[in-house]
Design a protein around this ligand. Structure first.
Ligand SMILES: [Zn+2]
Ligand SMILES: [Zn+2]
Length: 422
């Protein structure tokens, strides 16, 4: 499908929409203005729109004959960061987060690019409705940065109330030259597990340790013992991280407290490594309590978990071929796994369907090329979550719209085999 003419027609409107969203960023689960905007635009395109799916999520469905169902996902939330781009469309908004902390707010991760590109891709698809068959499910997801947005939408029936997807597609803007796309046929982003652990001892007087079981000593020993999970049980060819992020116990120097609480953050890539690390962490927690003669077993509560974002290799190769045809082969790159996490993987895991997630460039190619030559990409090209992160709107949006529409047409377009075949 040649998208040039239609894209040129819709880009000015999309850029205006992007600037508006960028000026009005909203924190996780507060995306009411963004959601209302997306819902209005999608209704205008003829989609069947449902709002408040998973707090502030929006699901828009377009049925266009028999064929595969393609789920396209964009996240909507911004970050509690003060914008320092100096751009005319910079945010001056402030907001209060769920802990009651007031902070400036900024679209520092580029989710405004994602929302606008999804609306743009859907507009292209509706303009070319005669060129494809199937169903498009556009998902505007809240709270990606909180790690809870995809889960809230799933809990609210995303996969039961709306057409079941045959393939899930998503993308993220990155500090690479606009007009380029980066793919990874396999695990792209790591898994995260966060556990809250309570160790129970027996409280007593600080002068009489023989009458108590000291959870502070248990916790101290456990923190050190957890450091050996990765160093002694994970192969040097694999990788994982175990970090104890919080640790608290006791209220007064004169007493041995009754319990201690710590939170453990675990990062991994391979499912087998993840399972092994989780089991090893739990084994050490239980063993520490046994070793101390604790009166009760420890309590281990998973706070949240994000699976790896694992791209389906064969489906990814199909999108790579389509993107190479759309952007030119030199604009399509292959990348290795990144240490960040995403909750897009939760949607694919829950649907038990193949998924493809890729990066689109949003930076001016000249800025990027200069930094590459100088060896200063890390310093001179603003990255996601930096207060200076500023994708160049029109070309970044053009990249995102083309990438998403082209990928959707791999499944919806002519020449597609039967539904369900990834
Ligand atoms: Zn982010
Ligand atoms: Zn992001």
């Amino acid at each position: 499908m040649s998208t040039d003419h239609d894209l040129g027609t819709i880009l000015p409107g999309l850029e205006a929409l992007y600037r508006d969203l960028h000026r009005h960023p909203e924190l996780a689960f507060q995306e009411t203005r963004t959601a209302a905007t997306a819902a209005r635009r999608m209704r205008a395109l003829g989609f069947d729109v449902t709002e408040k799916v998973g707090v502030t999520g929006v699901v828009a469905v377009l049925r266009n004959g028999a064929g595969p169902t393609v789920l396209l996902r964009a996240d909507m939330d911004a970050l509690p960061i003060r914008e320092e781009t100096g751009l005319p469309w910079a945010s001056r908004e402030r907001s209060t987060d769920e802990r009651g902390l007031d902070s400036p707010v900024m679209h520092a991760c580029g989710h405004d690019v994602h929302v606008t590109a999804l609306i743009g891709a859907c507009e292209l698809l509706t303009r070319r409705r005669d060129a494809w068959r199937g169903t498009v499910v556009a998902v505007f997801q809240p709270g990606e940065e909180s790690g809870l947005g995809a889960r809230r939408m799933l809990e609210d029936g995303l996969l039961e109330r709306f057409p079941e997807p045959d393939i899930l597609l998503g993308q993220h803007v990155s500090p690479a030259p606009h007009g380029t796309v980066a793919h990874c046929p396999g695990v792209l982003l790591g898994a995260t597990d966060v556990l809250t652990v309570r160790l129970f001892g027996r409280g007593g007087h600080g002068s009489r340790p023989e009458s108590a079981v000291d959870p502070v000593v248990m916790a101290a020993s456990l923190v050190l013992r957890l450091q050996t999970v990765v160093s002694r049980e994970v192969s040097p060819r694999e990788s994982a991280v175990v970090t104890v992020g919080t640790l608290s116990a006791g209220t007064t120097p004169g007493a041995i407290p009754a319990e201690a609480e710590l939170s453990v953050n675990i990062r991994s890539f391979a499912p087998a490594v993840r399972a092994k690390v989780l089991a090893a962490v739990e084994r050490r927690i239980q063993a520490e309590a046994v070793a101390a003669g604790a009166p009760r077993e420890p309590e281990i509560v998973p706070l949240y978990r994000l699976p790896v974002t694992a791209n389906h290799p064969a489906s990814t190769e199909r999108v790579i071929a389509a993107h190479a045809a759309e952007f030119g082969p030199r604009a399509v790159h292959r990348t290795g796994p990144q240490s960040a996490s995403e909750d897009f993987g939760l949607l694919a895991e829950a649907a038990a369907r193949p998924s493809v997630y890729w990066f689109i460039g949003g930076t001016a190619p000249a800025v990027f090329a200069r930094a590459v030559v100088a060896g200063t990409v890390e310093r001179d090209v603003p990255h996601n979550h930096a207060p200076t992160f500023a994708p160049v709107p029109r070309p970044a949006l053009a990249t995102g719209v083309r990438a998403l529409a082209t990928a959707a047409l791999v499944w919806l377009g002519p020449g597609t085999t039967e539904p369900g075949v990834p």
